[in-house]
Design a protein around this ligand. Structure first.
Ligand code: GAP
Length: 456
């Protein structure tokens, strides 16, 4: 049974909003769905892309010591022997003798089946990597794996990036991409999926400076979520106990988020030492060392790895943004998403469907959508349309009314406080841009004024 955290949005409510408004759908739903696989709908793909964009901006664009990479999902199978995944990327699995359900042994609390209380089998190890075959013959020689993490694509390209970019330590490589795991215990929506996306950094440093860089990255990554609006009280750090560390890690912190299912891992930051580069050098026979010009020595760099899940971040941002407010019509549902993440930045709403408003409304909409994801909505009353935008997290609405035709001014309405200002159309783009970048809403452009507003 899922324990519900008091004060948190109910997971079922969120799942239903995501389906109803086109954020996230169960995969292949018309065939009954595909366990732990989900599809991102029209708004979900925008939100997910915005999460990835915000990560890339912080990880690559705004740093001099980082470069990007996009490696293939299918890799030489030896990669996974060298990395230790063939041997060790397994979970202990138990079966219920009564209802036949399968569970991860380390998720069982009292030794009985969580579904029916039945007796469980002895644990056996189950490798989480998906297998497939390249070419027409399905034999051992053609066996390949769908990557269970994006990290190895970075390690095997270490020398390529080093020589092509002439980087000096410390420097890092960032990658966003799909990963696949044949998870045993699923459920909890997009928290644990069989096909998901990761945003990973492998940051290469001189041995001895790894502890310092580890600390810096833990802080950096924690603040990334805060800067994108996650409430501080919903985020915490947890250091791994020695017996919990992955086979490659010397130290590891999880950034945990208070999901509706309780505190759970959002991102892991590990000190992977020089384990992976050493292993790949050994298995490939290639030199993966770095020549340190200061000491005139060849060294194998240490690696700090901040590894985040795109889907888990999407879930955390949605949970954190979800809010319900009582108002005179009942309940106002608002997704208080950071403007950088909101799928639609601006909604253009003519006050009514009156033909006279159409040309100006259209003109404004076409102008704005060149700069931002914008939506045009003229169906139903203005109050309902504001509510619809609140529910999908649109930070700003622009309303065109009959007076706009006279004075070339329009109204901007803010999602979070429902305040409204009236601004000249020729100040509209710059004002919207400033507000989306965090300028206080009450700051008015030339010719702008506070506005009592339309009926909510
Ligand atoms: N390269 C290190 C690595 O893959 P991990 O802790 O196994 O480490 C990193 O995964 C992140 O990827 C997790 O913190 C989580 O956000 C995400 N992740 C892992 N398994 C996932 C799954 N089955 N579904 C969704 N996200 C997952």
């Amino acid at each position: 049974m899922i324990e519900q955290i008091p004060g948190k949005v109910d997971m079922d409510k969120l799942v239903s909003l995501c389906k109803r408004r086109g954020f996230i759908f169960p995969s292949s739903e018309i065939y009954g769905g595909m366990g732990a696989c989900y599809d991102y709908g029209p708004l979900g793909v925008e939100l997910k892309n915005n999460v990835k964009k915000a990560w890339w901006k912080a990880a690559v664009q705004e740093r001099d010591d980082m470069v990007g990479l996009d490696a293939s999902i299918l890799m030489h199978p030896q990669t996974w022997v060298a990395s230790g995944h063939v041997e060790g990327f397994a979970d202990p699995l138990v079966d219920c003798k009564q209802c036949r359900q399968r569970w991860r042994a380390d998720h069982i609390k009292d030794g009985r089946c969580p579904a029916c209380g039945g007796e469980l089998t002895e644990p056996r190890m189950f490798n989480l990597m998906f297998k497939t075959f390249v070419g027409p013959v399905e034999d051992e020689a053609a066996l390949v794996y769908l990557r269970p993490e994006t990290a190895q694509g970075i390690f095997v390209n270490f020398q390529n990036v080093l020589t092509s970019t002439r980087r000096k330590l410390p420097f890092g490589i960032a990658q966003i991409g799909k990963a696949f795991r044949n998870e045993i215990t699923t459920g909890n929506f997009i928290f644990r999926m069989r096909e998901f996306e990761q945003m990973e950094i492998e940051y290469f440093v001189k041995p001895g400076s790894d502890d310092e860089w580890f600390k810096r990255w833990v802080e950096e990554r924690f603040n990334w979520y805060i800067n994108l609006g996650i409430k501080k009280g919903n985020l915490r750090l947890r250091q791994h106990a020695k017996d919990e560390l992955a086979h490659y890690a010397r130290d590891c912190y999880d950034i945990e988020y208070l999901f509706p299912i309780g505190w759970s891992e959002l991102e892991g930051i590990a000190n992977r030492t020089n384990f992976d580069l050493k292993q790949h050098a050994k298995y490939s026979g290639k030199d993966l060392s770095y020549y340190d010009e200061e000491t005139k020595e060849h060294i194998i760099p240490y690696v700090i790895e901040p590894s985040a899940g795109v889907d888990r971040s999407v879930l955390a941002f949605l949970v954190d943004a979800y809010d319900e407010e009582k108002d005179k019509e009942g309940i106002r549902v608002v997704l208080r998403l950071h403007p950088a993440l909101a799928p639609i930045k601006i909604a253009v709403l003519p006050l009514s469907r009156n033909q006279a408003l159409l040309p100006l409304s259209n003109e404004v909409y076409i102008k704005l959508r060149r700069c931002w994801m914008a939506q045009y909505d003229d169906a139903q009353g203005i109050g309902r349309r504001y509510r619809r935008q609140d529910e999908i997290g649109t930070p700003l609405c622009v309303t065109i009314d009959f007076q706009s035709l006279e004075d070339s001014q329009v109204t901007i309405r803010e999602r979070d406080t429902m305040r409204q200002i009236r601004v000249p159309i020729n100040e509209l783009e710059s004002t919207l841009g400033a507000k989306l970048s965090g300028e206080p809403f009450e700051m008015l452009p030339p010719g702008g004024k506070k506005w009592l507003g339309f009926e909510e």
